[in-house]
Design a protein around this ligand. Structure first.
Ligand code: ATP
Ligand code: MG
Length: 448
């Protein structure tokens, strides 16, 4: 074991002095057993929240309903949960009752998987492994603590957690656990969309989103979460494509290089409208009519269902709507500027990453993407020129327009600004106050 954080040892020692036990539990022990440095440490103790409050100066009741408090020492924060047992799961998710216990064994027995049921004493560095968790980590298997049917009946979220850990860790789900998941797949409908979203996000940010999504498909839970993905199965795309739409989407999502949920979601849904926009053109073959718009629409519906924040939904659908860019060398600088304006400066990097993932998802391999790199270069060149790229960069604003042209506030001002923007994108030299007023006057005279 590498060195444990000082503050953590301090907490454990303080609890010990007060005749309480304290162990590192959950993901941190799993990480240590796998030779990884944990990002955060969950602690478990025999002390109740009340007792902990008496022992430490700064204690915040962060999850007091399940016995969790946060201890603050200097700048460090540690979550510590009182040993507990649970009973009655009538809603297939939350225990009806939790009860504190002084027994580590009892606490470990309520945990979901053997790989998550190890405890480590931070002072003696002794490991408590009542369910062969260490062996299962070495075997890379996910197996419930105790009877799998019973454990999934208690809490159906564990189904998604099993799949999420499989994708995150590259483990396989043990046979009996897997069979029990299949038997209880329909109970996933009892889980709140917020919790489903949390696990789904972790799958998409894992090293292999496709592994997780295929597991969701095979265990028959995908039909309850995102049935739209299943309709993409067996929809062929002709020509260069190696995969049907479903496998193209999974491959694209896998091949997004950044751990950015916006790009991952955009990659996973960028062609989800293809099944309903497919048309056969006689003599020409397959085509997809406006599939970018339709995909954005369907993606929006899915993301709303999964209760992603509105800002995420907007960014993802914007990327999907703009993913059909086919750059060629003969594009003018003005064309590049118009694309920058439409896509928005802040979204350019994400869009370029999506374009790459889309291309790689055609064959499933990271080929050279010279045209996309060339487009990136052209965009950067334009950005460095400090030409006007948004209406805010124009040397005139709505108020000045109103005053000089003597027109009332209303839709005309917006229309004129848009027109001026187009003119400046075409020819940046037009961006002076005098020239813009001149153009605005002519335009207003002609069309009003
Ligand atoms: P991560 O690296 O994602 O934090 P983790 O294993 O620490 O992984 P948490 O969600 O932080 O996962 O939960 C901490 C521990 O609490 C788990 O390792 C597990 O022992 C237990 N646990 C969490 N959720 C459940 C559940 N639904 N049923 C049973 N035990 C659970
Ligand atoms: Mg954790």
């Amino acid at each position: 074991i590498k060195k444990l954080p000082e503050t953590l040892i301090e907490i454990a020692n303080t609890l010990k002095k007060n005749k309480h036990q304290c162990y590192i539990v959950g993901g941190a022990v799993r990480d240590i057993a796998m030779g990884k440095e944990p990002d955060d440490y969950d602690l478990a103790s025999s002390a109740t929240p009340e007792e902990i409050k008496k022992i430490f100066k700064k204690v915040i009741p962060t999850g007091i309903q399940h016995g969790t408090v946060t201890i603050l020492i200097k700048r460090d924060k540690y979550e510590i949960t009182t040993f507990r047992e649970e009973e009655g799961y009538t809603d297939l998710r939350h225990p009806d009752k939790i009860r504190y216990t002084r027994s580590l064994e009892t606490d470990l027995s309520r945990r979901d998987f053997t790989i998550n049921a190890l405890a480590l004493d931070p002072i003696t560095e002794e490991i408590y492994d009542l369910y062969q968790g260490y062996a299962d980590i070495k075997k890379k298997i996910i197996k419930t603590v105790g009877q799998p049917d019973k454990r999934f009946e208690e809490d159906a979220l564990r189904i998604l957690r099993a799949i999420r850990f499989a994708a995150q860790l590259g483990f396989t789900i043990e046979k009996e656990t897997y069979k029990a998941i299949k038997r209880h797949s329909k109970n996933i409908q009892q889980i709140s969309w917020e919790r489903i979203r949390e696990e789904f996000t972790k799958v998409l940010l894992s090293p292999s989103p496709s592994l997780g999504i295929k597991l969701m498909e095979e265990t028959e839970i995908l039909q309850y979460i995102i049935p739209e993905l299943l309709t993409c199965k067996n929809i062929s795309q002709g020509k260069a494509h190696r995969f049907d739409v479903y496998h193209h989407l999974l491959a694209s999502c896998d091949l997004v290089e950044k751990k950015d949920i916006i790009i991952k979601l955009a990659a996973l849904f960028h062609d989800i409208g293809k099944p309903i926009t497919k048309i056969e053109i006689p003599g020409k073959g397959l085509a997809f009519y406006d599939h970018d718009k339709e995909s954005a629409k369907i993606a929006k519906k899915i993301l709303k269902r999964l209760k992603y924040p509105n800002s995420t939904i907007e960014k993802v659908t914007h990327l999907i709507q703009n993913h059909m860019i086919k750059y060629t060398e003969d594009w003018t600088d003005a064309a590049i500027r118009r694309h920058i304006t439409r896509i928005g400066k802040d979204n350019l990097d994400q869009l370029l990453e999506l374009l790459k993932a889309d291309r790689w998802g055609i064959t499933g391999t990271k080929t050279k993407v010279t045209d996309i790199e060339a487009l990136r270069y052209r965009i950067n060149t334009e950005l460095n020129k400090s030409n006007a790229l948004t209406i805010k960069d124009l040397k005139i604003n709505g108020n000045t327009l109103q005053e000089t042209l003597e027109i009332p506030a209303g839709p005309w001002i917006g229309k004129i600004l848009k027109y001026l923007m187009e003119a400046v994108l075409d020819d940046p030299k037009l961006n002076t106050k005098e020239k813009l007023i001149e153009i605005a006057k002519k335009y207003y005279k002609k069309y009003n």
